[in-house]
Design a protein around this ligand. Sequence first.
Ligand SMILES: [Zn+2]
Length: 158
Amino acid sequence: MTPTVYTMGYEGRKPADLLMIAERLDATIVDIRYRAWSAHPQWRHGALREFLGDRYARCVQLGNKRYREPANADGSRQIELVDAAAGAQYVLEHPHSVILMCGCRNAETCHRSNVARLLIDQYDQRVFEIMWARGANASGILWAAYDWAEVDSWAGKD
Ligand SMILES: [Zn+2]
């Protein structure tokens, strides 16, 4: 059983930030982008693999096949996971905590929201979104984890 499942978007951050969080949580960063590619070289599969080493894995089964399609007027996206059941199994059988990573800054319109809902509704798994702070607080904390089960109360948090 996976200890804890987190989700996260890397936009606006640096790979070093991800490594810091992964080490703090003793977690594996699981790339759930359909294509592990970015216009920014540091976010491509090979660069992440090299930088994060054993703390990086991919789970294309949780990728969104329709990621290229434009967003709807309300900002929501067309979402169809590659293989939701296989992806959920991968997460739930992972030996460490996992941080499911996409690029999107907005968690609620990203396909990771569908993945979180899937794990909560069908597998009774708690899932937490890691949100970045704009700056460190007095304790030097740069991020916080919010329960996806309480997503309706997230408004205003960033
Ligand atoms: Zn996304």
